[in-house]
Design a protein. Sequence first.
Length: 436
Amino acid sequence: MKLRVSVIGTGYLGATHAACMSSMGFEVIGVDIDPNKIELLSQGKVPFYEPGLEELLQQEIASGRLTFSTDFQAIKDCDVHFICVGTPQSTNSLAADMKYVDAALESIAPICKPGSLVVGKSTVPVGTAARLRSKLLEINSEVDLAWNPEFLREGFAVEDTLHPNRLVVGVTSDAAETKLKEIYQKNLAENTPWVRADLPTSELVKVAANSFLATKISFINAMAEVCEAAGGDVTVLAKAIGYDPRIGSRFLQAGIGFGGGCLPKDIRAFMARAGELGADQALEFLREIDSINLRARQRVIELVRKDLSDNLTGKKVTVLGAAFKPDSDDVRDSPALDIAVQIAAAGALVTIHDPKAIEPAKKRFPALGFEESVESALKGAELVLHLTEWKQYRELDPVKVKSLVSSPIIIDGRNALDREAWVAAGWKFRALGRAN
Ligand code: UGA
């Protein structure tokens, strides 16, 4: 008989994982303490924007394999329990806040059936899995715990979950690995690389991967600073170094840097944990990665000041993009929104457009101006800031846009627009890491 699966925590990771597990043929129950989330998901509605997820969710609910509940008792017959709750940054330190992970484990431990396996997917400080495993065994000695980090990207969550580029399992027994192989049999049939690790290594793989990605982005943004100082062009530099297969061209897009609910908090939590372990020196460089990243936002603000004669008061600035990256409505630690807020605080009249993230952005910053249509947002602008590289913005006609604004100055904070086309249409075009 097919394994029965529970997913604890139905946020970004959990909702996607639950729908994907169901589409792999398992009977899945998603559990969350938030009744609104469960109500929406049960109706086939995804509470955030993720391409393809809502369709998959509806299809799986209709198949009868996927259900949701706020009642933890609903998981008691499941064979595998995935913990997918959030680990946000703590309010008073750089460390991750583990209260949701701990609460999830405590809720399920007494009701897991004998022989079942608890599998952590949340991003956690190294050492958490071993700690949770001891706690679990204290409460219920007939279950085991494994760790199976998730590498999905927002915007590609379904694709990344159904066809991951690797599967990493941290286990302490062959039985746990066998059960996970049963769960991921479809991926194994597709020859997805399978890495068996111990518990701490599996936790470290996740934060190491995110730290590497953050480092790559900050590296190219550091090169952008040097290019600006030396009169070079970082987009050409990135292209040229990217041809070296040892370097690779991905994640070398210079601009306003990384944001979102993962990279920034993960590198900080990693530093905090390394400090606790006495290995703080090893990750000292991540502090620099973080400051290069935050500096990119200030460099855009400096360009704005330069173009508006150092006086932002009453100047109409249009911001294209609020999400931390395209194809997402996630505004957590969004560089675009951070810049918009700082410019507004300096006196500018800011109007923000985003194809999907207006509502979440408005919820966070109700005092800022928002427009649903890109044309209305651009009307009368004295300066345009392109801060999230949605396809819609790349397809804008610079000639048409020029007829809407009052002054044709644009700063491309993502190095994603066609500079030649904008300059040919008569725009003053600025970008990070290129001659301005
Ligand atoms: C990231 C990782 O890429 C996933 O593998 C990981 O599973 C996930 O975090 C997580 O820990 O859950 P995500 O936060 O969805 O995924 O976003 P990314 O695609 O990594 O982009 C992060 C940020 O870097 C965005 O703000 C993006 O605009 C920025 N970025 C990306 C750049 O500034 N330049 C680039 O070249 C690439």
